[in-house]
Design a binder for this molecule. Structure first.
Ligand SMILES: NC(=O)c1ccc[n+]([C@@H]2O[C@H](COP(=O)([O-])OP(=O)(O)OC[C@H]3O[C@@H](n4cnc5c(N)ncnc54)[C@H](OP(=O)(O)O)[C@@H]3O)[C@@H](O)[C@H]2O)c1
Length: 337
């Protein structure tokens, strides 16, 4: 084992952002290297993920909203988030050994202490972006909640995000005939088509989104995988075909709203359309089907996925700002060393 440093760096929440976060809302602190207690492992971070959903953990008023499966962070707390790392020290009898690749939720720091019981070795040959991108959520939602069928026309909102950027691949491998993506960034249209497997892209903005969907999916939508909610969900209801299945897996329109804690995403839906077209509308969490992750890895069969890597832990706060501003495609990973 190479010599351990005496100190290590971690990103902390400096203050609660009043609206969308700015890089000045975070500090990079140098702290003594933590040493593991009896049941803990010390893990050296190789990558951690920066995700727009962090907004829900740090926004003003975050404490006041119940039922969201994310911890609330207070000023001074180290930031949390999905990470990959190498085991440096492992407890005797834990089944872990130095050098094992593991995943955990204590990202945004160079070294993390993690209960050994929560860790299991991962295949180091798998693309870090596949491990951290949560793309298997799209696979799980399509197979468990949408009941995707061969020949379906699928619409994915938030197509450039970590989940949306692999959803077309998942839908295609599950037999979809046509996959349409929605984005607020027209500049990413070509990348969504050539790099992510979308057949067509609609850009949110001026003009009726329902009309745009009707133009690229004239027969209507069979399946909608919605990571955004709000007006984009309302438009999808308008463009749905009879018997469509709409699965809400995210709420980026609320999470990234300029004001508030980012924990609600109100929308006005035409319930008459739901009735006439016998649409099924449901929310879904992939936490209910963790076994789907391995199925997704098997389906990917070693494929890599689009992603963006930022080098240096000190650049993580700006990477979050840029992720929320929609500057990237796919999961955004920070390589701290
Ligand atoms: N149900 C589950 O099991 C589950 C699991 C994990 C995550 N989630 C949820 O799934 C959603 C997507 O997660 P993700 O990791 O794919 O997101 P992400 O990669 O962190 O999202 C980044 C994207 O957000 C988009 N965006 C920025 N501002 C927006 C706005 N005001 N309205 C709509 N989109 C905006 C940008 O797209 P443009 O380029 O189009 O601007 C950007 O590419 C989140 O709500 C997350 O909490 C659900």
């Amino acid at each position: 084992m190479s010599a351990l440093p005496a100190t290590t760096r971690e990103v902390r929440l400096a203050r609660r952002p009043a609206g969308l976060p700015r890089s000045s809302d975070f500090d990079v602190a140098e702290v003594p290297l933590p040493l593991p207690a009896a049941e803990e492992a010390l893990v050296r971070t190789t990558y951690f993920r920066v995700t727009a959903s962090l907004r829900m953990m740090i926004g003003e008023g975050a404490e006041s909203v119940e039922g969201v499966p994310f911890p609330v962070l207070r000023p001074g707390d180290p930031v949390a988030g999905g990470a990959l790392g190498e085991v440096v020290i492992a407890p005797e009898g834990s089944g872990l050994k130095p050098g094992d690749l593991v995943a955990h939720g204590a990202g945004w720091r160079e070294y993390a202490l993690v209960p050994a019981a929560e860790l299991s070795p991962l295949d180091p040959a798998t693309d870090p972006a596949v491990h951290l991108g949560h793309g298997w959520t799209a696979y799980a939602a399509l197979t468990r909640a949408a009941g995707i069928r061969p020949g379906d026309t699928v619409y994915v909102t938030g197509a450039t995000g970590a989940i949306g950027s692999v959803a077309a691949l998942a839908a295609r491998r599950l037999g979809a005939a046509r996959v349409v993506g929605g984005t607020g960034s027209a500049a990413k249209t070509e990348a969504l088509i050539s790099g992510c497997g979308y057949d067509a892209v609609v850009t949110v903005g001026s003009g009726s989104l329902t009309d745009k969907l009707a133009a690229v999916a004239p027969g209507g939508l069979d399946v909608v995988l919605d990571t955004v909610g709000g007006d984009q969900l309302a438009a999808a209801v308008g463009a749905a075909r009879t018997g469509a299945r709409i699965v809400v897996i995210g709420a980026l329109s609320g999470q990234l709203a300029p004001n508030g804690p980012g924990r609600s995403a109100p929308v006005s839906l035409d319930s008459f359309q739901l009735l006439l077209k016998k649409v099924t509308l449901r929310g879904y969490s992939a936490d209910d089907h963790p076994e789907a992750e391995q199925e997704w890895l098997d389906l990917l069969d070693g494929a890599t996925v689009p992603h963006h890597v930022v080098a240096g832990i000190e650049r993580a706060p700006q990477a979050l700002v840029d992720t929320i501003a929609g500057r990237y495609l796919g999961p955004v990973l920070v390589k701290p060393f």
